[in-house]
Design a protein around this ligand. Structure first.
Ligand code: PGA
Length: 258
C-alpha cells in the first residue's frame, strides 16, 4: 500500500525560532510514534531548508522545496537550482502551485520545464493542478486538469510520471477555509488516475494524488477514506506543529482501519 503523503506547505511564513521549535515538537512526537501508514514532509521557505535539514537529523520526516529554477547554474540572479536542493537533502519540489501561476505568471510550458529538471536530477515533483471557481461553475474542471497534465505528457512522455506526485488543488478552496466536497474530489482524482492509466497502468497505480485546499483536522476524515486520495498538501493548518501532528495522528488512525 502507498503511504499517505502529508506535506505542510509553509509558504511565506516562519523564522529561525519557528523552524527549531516546530521540528523539535515533531521529533518529540516521532520518538513516541512510529508512522506505519503516512509519510510526512514540510516545505519551509528556501532560507530555512538547510537549517531544517540539520534539525531533522534522520527522523521519519523529509523536506520539500516550494519552488525551483529551470536553470542549473549561471547568471540567474535570485534563483535556486535543483542541484542546490539536492545538495541539502530535499526530496520533493512543489511546482505549478496556483499562487505561482497567478502571482508569478508561471505558464504550463514553464512548469513543464521545471518538472523536467526535477525528474532528470532524481528529485520528485509535486505537480499542482486545479481549476478556478469560474471554471468549476462552467464544468471545466476535468479539461483544465487534463490540459495541465498534457503539456508534460507531450514533452516528456508518460514515463515522466513514474514516481511523481500530482496535487489536485481547486484554486477556490486554497486558503479560503472552504474545502471542496470530498466525493467530488474523489471523482476528479479518479479521472486523473484514469487519464494516466490510458497511457500506462502501472504508473497510474503508483501515482500519488494529493488533495489540497483548506484541509484541517476537522474536515479530513471523509477525504482520507476515498480510494484515489493518497495524501494532503496543507497550507494554513500546517502552520503550527500541534495542528500538523493532530492531522498526522488522525491519518495514521484512519489508515490503519482501511
Ligand atoms: P491551504 O493551502 O491548506 O491553506 O488551503 C493549501 C495549499 O496552498 O497547498
Amino acid at each position: 500500500m502507498k503511504p499517505f503523503l502529508i506535506i505542510g506547505n509553509w509558504k511565506l511564513n516562519g523564522n529561525v525560532l519557528f523552524v527549531k521549535n516546530y521540528i523539535n515538537k515533531i521529533k518529540n512526537f516521532l520518538e513516541k510514534t512510529k508512522l506505519n501508514f503516512c509519510e510526512i514532509s514540510i516545505a519551509p521557505a528556501y532560507t530555512y531548508l538547510y537549517l531544517s535539514n540539520i534539525c531533522l537529523n534522520n527522523i521519519q520526516m523529509n523536506l520539500t522545496a516550494q519552488n525551483v529554477d529551470i536553470n542549473l547554474y549561471g547568471s540567474f540572479t535570485g534563483e535556486i537550482s535543483i542541484k542546490m536542493l539536492k545538495d541539502i537533502g530535499i526530496k520533493y519540489v512543489i511546482i505549478g502551485h496556483s499562487e505561482r501561476r497567478i502571482f508569478h505568471k508561471e505558464t504550463n510550458e514553464y512548469i513543464s520545464k521545471k518538472f523536467n529538471i526535477i525528474k532528470s536530477n532524481g528529485l520528485i515533483p509535486i505537480l499542482c493542478i486545479g481549476e478556478t471557481e469560474l471554471q468549476k461553475n462552467m464544468n471545466q474542471t476535468k479539461d483544465i486538469c487534463a490540459e495541465q497534465i498534457d503539456i508534460i505528457l507531450k514533452t516528456q512522455g508518460i514515463e515522466a510520471f513514474d514516481n511523481t506526485v500530482i496535487a489536485y488543488e481547486p484554486i477556490w478552496a486554497i486558503g479560503s477555509g472552504k474545502s471542496a466536497n470530498p466525493i467530488e474530489v474523489q471523482n476528479i482524482h479518479k479521472f486523473i488516475r484514469k487519464y494516466i492509466s490510458q497511457k500506462n497502468l502501472k504508473i497510474s497505480k503508483n501515482l500519488i494524488i494529493q488533495y489540497g485546499g483548506s484541509i484541517n483536522k476537522n474536515n479530513m476524515d471523509i477525504f482520507i477514506k476515498q480510494k484515489d486520495i493518497n495524501g494532503f498538501l496543507i497550507g494554513k493548518a500546517s502552520l503550527t506543529a500541534e495542528n500538523f501532528i493532530s492531522i498526522v495522528k488522525k491519518a495514521e488512525k484512519i489508515m490503519s482501519f482501511l
